[in-house]
Write a protein that binds this ligand. Structure first.
Ligand code: HEC
Ligand code: HEC
Ligand code: HEC
Length: 110
């Protein structure tokens, strides 16, 4: 089992590196390959977090974004509310905008 996960991780990483040069159309599912959890599977969020650790860790990775999509009053919602399997991996849909009207902006570098 551990071997499978490590193999899948390196596949995902390899794809990530080779496609980062302007492959805007790569879907989130394609980017992850066979290890991507099925949308309908039970507790999808927990499956994502097996590799992506926690909302705290993700929040640190997007700390330069306002509002921070991973730290907010909704708490730990399902990742796929925003990250759609069939959409480009770098363009999540901001479900916050069911109620708000946010545009995510990058903080200016200090
Ligand atoms: C088997 C491990 C694994 C699972 C399960 C997994 N991921 Fe990933 N994911 C990775 C790796 C490895 C990367 C590339 C390195 C990174 O950005 O962390 C990645 C990258 C990403 C990225 C950045 C994409 C980009 O183009 O830079 C997003 C968004 C993402 N994952 C969301 C999810 C979501 C949502 C789920 C659950 C539906 C999920 N991941 C499940 C391993 C996984
Ligand atoms: C409210 C919407 C939302 C939710 C829910 C959400 N994300 Fe994100 N996520 C974003 C946005 C927006 C970005 C920044 C996209 C970009 O600019 O590439 C992002 C970026 C990422 C990245 C790339 C971070 C980097 O280093 O650039 C990963 C990995 C990721 N999300 C994983 C997840 C996982 C796993 C979950 C569930 C535990 C999750 N996200 C839940 C909106 C969301
Ligand atoms: C179901 C509706 C709903 C959703 C979805 C929602 N919010 Fe909110 N949010 C509210 C309400 C209600 C308030 C409090 C009223 C106000 O101050 O506008 C609020 C307040 C806020 C505030 C402080 C006030 C402000 O506008 O600056 C922030 C920041 C915020 N939300 C971020 C988010 C983020 C980020 C998401 C997505 C991850 C999100 N919200 C999703 C309803 C929602």
């Amino acid at each position: 089992m551990t071997k499978t996960i490590i193999a899948a991780l390196s596949v995902a990483l390899g794809l990530g590196l080779s496609m980062s040069a302007g492959a805007a159309e790569t879907t989130l599912a394609a980017k992850h390959g066979p290890m991507f959890p099925k949308e309908t599977a039970w507790a999808v969020k927990d499956q994502c977090l097996k590799c992506h650790q926690s909302y705290e860790v993700l929040g640190q990775r997007t700390a330069n974004l306002v509002p921070n999509p991973h730290i907010n009053h909704l708490g730990a919602v399902n990742c796929t509310e925003c990250h759609k399997a069939d959409k480009p991996s770098r363009q999540p849909e901001l479900m916050c905008n069911e109620c708000h009207n946010f545009k995510i902006v990058k903080k200016a570098a200090k």
